[in-house]
Ligand binder design. Structure first.
Ligand code: HEC
Length: 165
């Protein structure tokens, strides 16, 4: 090899190295922002979970404290076809006289196995849950009633039923 040839070989190798270096840089530029994006998305997801935990749940007892029994008597029109509020008078459903704090399935009435088997007490909280969606609280209940979706209506009717105790 003469000097000219050596220069060519070295030049060729340097060129190849330069190409490799550029490829590596290119790859770095391609993958690095990708990783950065990923981390940023994660940070946003965590930040989004924050406000959800701050939702204030007002206890039903507090809603009940400002409920209106008179308005509840009007909501009771939805129950009248099946329920009486006279003691011992059963219709399609059991009498609701004194139902607040009464034993669940406690009347002389032909209850479904579900309600007969609840074994608890109709506390204001239990009534609130049951009346939201009876088939959720007592799956298989014979009470064919979709439920009262408005908490205000449930509070008013529980206030009305309490006033009869
Ligand atoms: C279509 C008829 C029907 C309507 C409307 C209805 N109920 Fe009932 N309700 C029943 C029947 C039947 C039962 C017995 C359920 C069982 O045994 O599964 C019952 C059970 C209940 C019980 C449980 C009582 C107990 O002694 O354990 C409560 C409380 C109650 N209803 C409240 C209401 C209220 C309040 C409304 C109106 C918002 C209402 N129901 C509307 C038929 C009805």
């Amino acid at each position: 090899m003469n000097t000219m040839e050596i220069t060519k070989v070295v030049g060729g190798l340097s060129g190849a190295l330069l190409v490799l270096l550029l490829l590596k840089m290119g790859a770095g530029m391609y993958y690095f922002p990708h990783g950065g994006h990923h981390e940023q998305g994660y940070t946003i997801a965590v930040a989004d979970e924050g406000p959800a935990e701050e939702v204030v749940v007002v206890p039903f007892a507090e809603v009940l404290a400002t409920a209106d029994a008179g308005a509840g008597a009007r909501v009771f029109n939805k129950c009248k076809a099946c329920h009486s509020v006279d003691a011992g008078v059963n219709k399609v459903g059991p009498s609701l006289f004194g139902v607040v704090d009464r034993a669940q399935g406690g009347e002389a009435f032909g209850y479904s196995d579900t309600v007969a088997g609840l074994g608890g007490t109709w506390t204001v909280e239990a009534l609130n849950e049951f009346l939201t969606k009876p088939s959720d609280y007592a799956p298989g209940t014979s009470m064919s009633f979709a439920g009262l979706s408005k908490e205000k209506d449930r509070a008013n009717i529980v206030a009305y039923l309490s006033s009869l105790n």
